[in-house]
Design a protein around this ligand. Structure first.
Ligand SMILES: Nc1nc2c(c(=O)[nH]1)N[C@H]1C(S)=C(S)[C@@H](COP(=O)(O)O)O[C@H]1N2
Ligand SMILES: [Mo]
Length: 259
């Protein structure tokens, strides 16, 4: 939590700095006189405004992404990035309807899990209709179903030392496997689900079959497809090139892609 409190402290410190600077002007009357000076009042309220804005930004991390209705569904939910993971192993899983697919829940957890798709579907489910925004300039509205990530993490007994969740994917894109990560605020957000259905059908291969992350407060590239490992970690530095995601490691995509 301490990183979350920092921005607010910074805002307060910055506002304080402004007030201190004005206080140093040769206005030196009592506090009340300073507070009544129009510029000072303006600056003080700016500080308050900044503080309120930063508090709002913090609280907003828990706010829900907008949900839509079935009437809003895009006629087709397009695919981006990998459309078919290369390799025989994935092809065999697909041919078998993913009956032997396993999702490992590992890292900083009390009870590592190896979940089948049947296990995933037996958990309590959440269905949500949301808009996906890709940085490449397109959006699509789809209905997603799957268990909340928070339930999976609770079943595994995620430890207090876990600060990030890493999602490892089965598709190699160029030189490396795709992966993504998020902090615990997004991991435990009610709309963060591991989806196995899109628009009431099993997830198509192009959209990440058999299981993909939906992390609705984040941009498209954070929504890892073809997930085979969910790992709780304390640091991201030793994973991939250390920037928390496949694209973050390669081009200047932000790790925190909040929307
Ligand atoms: N494993 C994996 N996940 C991925 C990608 C990918 O190439 N591989 N592309 C990302 C990008 S940039 C976007 S916009 C979305 C696209 O999801 P869609 O194919 O269902 O439209 O998946 C994201 N997750
Ligand atoms: Mo994207």
């Amino acid at each position: 939590m301490s990183d979350l409190i920092l921005p607010r402290r910074e805002a307060i410190a910055r506002a304080g700095g402004l007030v201190a600077a004005v206080g140093a002007l040769p206005l030196l009357a009592g506090c009340d006189a300073i507070n009544e000076a129009p510029t000072v009042r303006k600056i003080l309220s700016m500080g308050e405004e900044m503080n309120r804005a930063s508090q709002r930004a913090l609280m907003d991390r828990d706010a829900l992404a907008r949900e839509f209705t079935r009437a809003d569904l895009s006629p087709t939910f397009r695919s981006n990035g990998t459309k078919l993971p290369p390799g025989d192993a994935y092809a065999a899983h697909a041919a078998a309807g993913f009956v032997d697919w396993r999702v490992q829940v590992t890292g900083l957890v009390a009870r590592p899990l190896s979940l089948s798709m049947a296990d995933i579907r037996a958990m309590p489910q959440r269905t949500q209709i949301t808009r996906h925004d890709c940085v490449e300039g397109w959006s699509a509205i789809g209905q997603w179903t799957g268990p909340q990530l928070s339930r999976i993490l609770a079943a595994a007994g995620v430890k207090d030392s876990a600060r990030y969740i890493v999602f490892r994917c089965a598709d190699r894109l160029g030189d490396a496997l795709y992966y993504e990560s998020c902090d615990m605020v997004d991991a435990l957000h009610p709309q963060t689900i591991m989806a196995w259905a899109l628009n009431d059908e099993l997830l198509p291969i192009a959209n990440g079959a058999p299981l993909r992350l939906r992390i609705e407060r984040q941009l498209g590239y954070k929504h890892a497809k073809y997930v085979d490992t969910i790992e709780a970690v304390s640091h991201l530095g030793r994973i991939g090139a250390g920037k928390g995601g496949y694209w973050e490691d390669r081009i200047d995509y932000e790790w925190y892609a909040g929307i």
